[in-house]
Each structure stands twice: as structure tokens, then as C-alpha cells.
Ligand binder design. Structure first.
Ligand SMILES: *Cc1c(COP(=O)(O)O)cnc(C)c1O
Length: 436
């Protein structure tokens, strides 16, 4: 290391994700030097409360001593070894523990490095399964309107957020989106449950017609994150499970954003009492520390690939599949979830923050205020074209790192947030709403 100063205005060697780089002329990126708990510390001497858990990955704060200790311990023994032909204890322990805590019979774990790759794997595995089981026409996928499953070409093919998708449409597979159960788009006077049932009926009529060509339905259980934190009634998941069973179609649950307690249960599927055929996990899996993702599936899928022929195996690989440091971070994360009774503790925090946010909920410009577990969201009635940037900028002035998606403001804080920090966050948001 040397003392060379990073000059951010001219520092264009870094091309940032999800960013129009020209906007950094007006809003330069914040130089972060340190993190502790919910706080990120800038080189400017200021601190920012990470209200969105650094893109939804962080569960137990930055530089969590227990996760740090696990990684440091592992680092002195082995940093990485390939997972083909080799195996290590942390990946075995992680797979067994994940199977034990996820719903139903998801007894096999296939690892990758990020969420998009996990979804790619689930799509490929589902297709390949049907190929090997005598259903060669099942080559299509059905997804939900406004759903998000990542940015790689396969994952983007089943993503229905125009901002990310539109320009790449010619590169993508044919899309088959069905109506979303998100209650924001329900007709006035319709309950979330009725709206969800109506959307499920449309899924059923789609599959009644197209089941022979459909391998899988992919969805985000309970909350459509990148689509603006749209929330829906769990009855949709119950019906989707039944409909998929009726029409012999796999159900892929993308719990990448909602897994590990975000929705108030350890996994969102639990709230509907269902088991998917594939469950994709990433983000919080490693406590947000290291890139790690997993696709979990059942024995029937696993057995379909268990053959003598090499080309009937699932020949998919990522260089860092099952990375041992990431597995240790994940095991430390699972330890914290168990030892700290996190689901119960979070329930109290949810109640407390709902109280703090009452004035926000009642604010005249706030619409569709909603909460599920440790996620809150609302739309702000504000026609300014640069609302998103202005809100984020005003957030920084209130010590809040907050990034609305269009006019949808959401918070998704690390679970270790305390009452004082929750009050500060709620006060800051109200302050911004009154001045934007
Ligand atoms: C973030 C996200 C992904 C993509 O995960 P990456 O690790 O960013 O590739 C996929 N699905 C959902 C629901 C997500 O929220």
C-alpha cells in the first residue's frame, strides 16, 4: 500500500455496477474505509447507516466479530481448493445444515458464487432433468411479471424488469411472464388475498395450455425485490405449488434476497407451507461477507443425473464453487441465527421499527406503506424526474445510506440494528420526506 490519494472525480478505472457513470460528475461515489455494525465510515470522517444492508446481503453487521473469527481461522489452514474430485468439511457441514433448516426434502446442494449463477443452474438443471426423464419438449420457463432473477443472459431471460431487460431483449430466450400477485397492482377494493388468487388463476390457465413445453416456474417468494419491493399474499405460493404439481412443472423458489429470516421466517416458502423443487440462496448465505450461492434440490432430481454416462451428469462448474472461506462465513452465520434466536429477536425489532415509522406511514405523500419481516417499503408521490438521486443525497445528509428504486423507497437493515439506530433511521426518513 502507498499513500496515493484516490481522486474520485477522475477515478474512472472503476466502472460501477447499476450506475450511469456520468451521474458521478454530480454525485461522486463515497470513499468507504471501514465498517462496524450497521455503520459504514467514509474517508470524509462521516458515517452512514447501511439501511439497505449493502444491497441486501448483510445480516449481522459489518466486521461482525464472530464471522471475522471464522474466516481468520480458516485462512490460516486453506483458502480454496477446487470442489471437483476434492471435498472439505465446511462444505459438507454447510450442506447438511442447510438441508436440515430448509423446508421439506431439499437434500442436495450445488454451489456457485452469486445469485444469478444459482438461478442459471436451477434453470439448466430443471431443463436437463426433463430431457433425461422423457419430456424433451419442456424447454420453456414461466416467470412472474415484474420479477427479478439476475443479470446474466439466462437469469435475465426470466427477469421482467424493463429497465434491466429491454435493451438486451434480442439476446434473450422467449419470455412467458404471467400476472404478478403484487397487491400494488390490484384493482381498488380487492384484498391482497383475492388479488393473489386471481393471479394464480391466470397461472393455471397459462399452464393448462403450455405445460407440455414448460420446464419450470421461477418466482421470488412473498417479495419481488428489484421490482420495487412488491409484496404478495402467501396463498399465491400455495396455489402455485398445487398448479405446478398438477401440470408436472418444477417450482424454482428464488430466495436469494428473502432467505435467512428477511420475511420473518427463516425462509419465505415456510409462510405458505410449501417446498419448492429448487431453492436458490445467495446474498445473506455468507452473512454478506463473500460471494457464495447454492441451489438446493430433492433426491428425485439428484437421482435423474445419477447414471453411468458422463454426459448425463450435470456438467456445470464455477471455479470458486464451494469456496472454503465462504463456507466458513456461512457456517458462522448459521451459528448466529441459532444461538441468538434471531427470528424471535427480529420480530420485536419489526414491532419497534413499525412504531417509529408510524409518522412515515401517515405522511400525505406516502403510498402503499408495507412491511414484511425485516423489509419496509412505500412509494412517494413526487413527480420530480431526479427524485431517486435527490432522496439518496438527502439521505446521506441524515447519515443514511438509502437507495430508492424509482419512487419506491425501502429499508432492509442488518438484523443487529438497535433501537437508537432504528429511531435515527425513521427520523431521518421523515425529515427527507418533509423536505423533498
Ligand atoms: C440479487 C438477486 C439476484 C441476483 O443475485 P446476484 O448475486 O446479484 O447475481 C437474483 N434474484 C434475486 C431475487 C435477487 O434479489
Amino acid at each position: 500500500m502507498n499513500d496515493k490519494k484516490v481522486t474520485l472525480h477522475t477515478h474512472q478505472s472503476v466502472w460501477h455496477p447499476c450506475t450511469q457513470m456520468k451521474h458521478h460528475e454530480a454525485f461522486p461515489p463515497i470513499l468507504i474505509t471501514r465498517g462496524e455494525g450497521v455503520w459504514l465510515y467514509g474517508a470524509d470522517g462521516k458515517r452512514y447507516l447501511d439501511t439497505i444492508s449493502s444491497w441486501w446481503v448483510n445480516l449481522f453487521g459489518h466486521c461482525n466479530p464472530r464471522i471475522n473469527a471464522a474466516i481468520i481461522d480458516q485462512l490460516s489452514k486453506l483458502e480454496h481448493a477446487m470442489l471437483a474430485g476434492l471435498i472439505h468439511e465446511p462444505v459438507v457441514e454447510l450442506s447438511e445444515r442447510l438441508s436440515a433448516i430448509t423446508p421439506g426434502n431439499l437434500s442436495h446442494c450445488f454451489y456457485a458464487s452469486d445469485g444469478s449463477s444459482a438461478n442459471e443452474i436451477a434453470l439448466k438443471m430443471s431443463f436437463h432433468y426433463w430431457q433425461q426423464c422423457g419430456f424433451p419438449d419442456k424447454t420453456q420457463f414461466v416467470n412472474l411479471q415484474n420479477g427479478y432473477h439476475g443479470e446474466t443472459l439466462g437469469a435475465l431471460s426470466v427477469t421482467d424488469v424493463p429497465l434491466f431487460r429491454q435493451i438486451y431483449a434480442p439476446l434473450l430466450r422467449p419470455a412467458h411472464p404471467v400476472p404478478t400477485p403484487d397487491w400494488r397492482v390490484a384493482e381498488t377494493g380487492t384484498t391482497p388475498e383475492t388479488h393473489a388468487l386471481k393471479a394464480a388463476a391466470e397461472l393455471e390457465s397459462y399452464l393448462a395450455q403450455h405445460h407440455a413445453s414448460t420446464a419450470a416456474l421461477i418466482l421470488e417468494p412473498l417479495i419481488q425485490g428489484a421490482g420495487g419491493m412488491g409484496m404478495y399474499h402467501p396463498v399465491y405460493l400455495q396455489r402455485a405449488r398445487e398448479i405446478c404439481d398438477t401440470y408436472r412443472v418444477h417450482l424454482i423458489a428464488d430466495e436469494i434476497a428473502v432467505g435467512f429470516g428477511r420475511t420473518g421466517t427463516l425462509f419465505a416458502c415456510e409462510q405458505a407451507g410449501i417446498t419448492p423443487d429448487f431453492m436458490c440462496l445467495a446474498k445473506g448465505l455468507s452473512g454478506g461477507y463473500l460471494p457464495l450461492s447454492v441451489v438446493m434440490t430433492n433426491d428425485a432430481v439428484y437421482r435423474a443425473f445419477y447414471r453411468d454416462e458422463t454426459n448425463q451428469a450435470f456438467l456445470h462448474s464455477h471455479s470458486h464453487s464451494g469456496n472454503i472461506l465462504a463456507c466458513r462465513a456461512a457456517l458462522a452465520t448459521l451459528d448466529i441465527i441459532e444461538q441468538d434466536n434471531v427470528i424471535e429477536t427480529n420480530r420485536k425489532k419489526t414491532d419497534f421499527l413499525n412504531q417509529c415509522l408510524q409518522p412515515v406511514r401517515e405522511h400525505p405523500n406516502v403510498k402503499n406503506f408495507r412491511n414484511c419481516g425485516m423489509i419496509w417499503a412505500f412509494e412517494v408521490d413526487n413527480p420530480q424526474p431526479d427524485f431517486t438521486h435527490r432522496f439518496a443525497q438527502k439521505g446521506l445528509e441524515q447519515q443514511l445510506l438509502i437507495r430508492p428504486m424509482g419512487n419506491s423507497v425501502y429499508i432492509m437493515p442488518p438484523y443487529i440494528i438497535n433501537e437508537e439506530e432504528m429511531e435515527l433511521m425513521a427520523r431521518g426518513i421523515l425529515h427527507i420526506l418533509n423536505r423533498i
